[in-house]
Design a protein around this ligand. Structure first.
Ligand SMILES: Cc1ncc(COP(=O)(O)O)c(C=O)c1O
Length: 297
């Protein structure tokens, strides 16, 4: 049914079409990026690692001091209702909680009614041919802020750093940004974690380097260990990417994406497409999602 293909939005107690979803211009989510969000996937009619996403959402909201209306159960019900209304077995889910409406001024204590929003739709972060061939990265001139500025471990609505890094990459003809931390170490991509393969070892920067503790990232570390591969969370530099056998990104939106180049230089041993190690992880990830879903119906 054609109607089922349309983006669905839960807002103010009901599910509506995207064009009918409205928020106040005085919402501090809009005015100041004050809020949290979560991005997750429905695979085969089931929400992938739903409880882990909810937990991260709740801890982010708690860190910012935004109470969840009706607690985690309320959020769980909102997501399930919206995903069912969307009606497709493959979907992307965006759960948002803004600080809510307040006075025109940054003071969050003027906001008393946090606003949950859930958007369920389709998403594709990169063109299909790029996904097959591998995407091109550009090292961003913007650094990931330190945890005592805007904590990259909290999925807040303040994504200007990521948005501008992505813009710079796109303006320079690349697909995605590689974002370094203040020390020049690899943090992550705009909305995805970075992995490299060297020999039979898989490596990714830890959250202390400015990486979000991604749920796809955690899944890939688990999958690789199950495959008998050595995994390490360690600081990485750009040179580690240039000298890696394989490089790939992970994220709920991105899934697992091979990287073909960084700043115009080819990466990895494979001429094109995912390397052998990445391919194994991608295949195992397909099986893993089937075992870690919460059915939406
Ligand atoms: C900044 C950032 N890093 C990494 C990720 C990947 O995390 P996950 O696998 O949980 O989606 C995201 C996801 O949106 C993100 O926003």
């Amino acid at each position: 049914m054609a109607g089922e293909d349309r983006t669905k939005v839960w807002i103010e107690g009901r599910v509506v079409e995207a064009e009918d979803a409205r928020i106040s211009v005085l919402d501090h989510g809009l005015l100041y990026g004050d809020g949290v969000f979560e991005g997750m996937r429905v695979y085969g009619g089931a929400l992938f690692r739903f409880e882990d996403h909810l937990r991260r959402f709740e801890s982010g909201a708690r860190a910012l001091g935004i109470p969840l209306p009706d607690g985690l159960d309320g959020m769980r019900a909102i997501v399930l209702e919206t995903a069912r209304a969307y009606g497709r077995d493959e979907a992307y889910v965006r759960l948002v909680l803004t600080r809510g409406q307040g006075a025109l001024g940054v003071d969050p204590t003027t906001c008393h009614d946090p606003q949950p929003i859930c958007i369920v739709t389709g998403i594709s972060l990169y063109p299909e041919d790029k996904l097959a061939r591998g995407i091109d990265l550009l090292t961003s001139s913007l650094r990931r802020p330190a945890a005592d500025a805007v904590d990259p471990g909290v999925k807040s609505l303040n994504y200007l750093n990521s948005a501008l890094a992505k813009r710079e990459a796109r303006l320079r003809g690349a697909d995605e940004a590689l974002i370094l931390n203040a020390r020049g170490g690899v943090a992550e991509a705009s909305v995805a974690n970075v992995f490299i393969v060297r020999g039979d070892r898989l490596m990714t920067p830890p959250p202390s380097e400015g990486a979000l503790p991604g749920i796809t990232r955690a899944s890939v570390l688990e999958i690789a260990a199950d495959l008998g591969l050595e995994t390490r969370e360690c600081a990485l530099g750009r040179m580690d990417l240039f000298s890696a056998d394989e490089v790939f990104l992970t994220g709920s939106g991105a899934r697992i994406v091979p990287v073909a180049s960084l700043d115009g230089q080819h990466l990895g041993l494979a001429e094109e497409g995912p390397g052998a190690f990445t391919q194994r992880i991608m295949e195992a990830f397909g099986r893993y999602v089937e075992q870690h879903g919460t059915p939406i119906r």
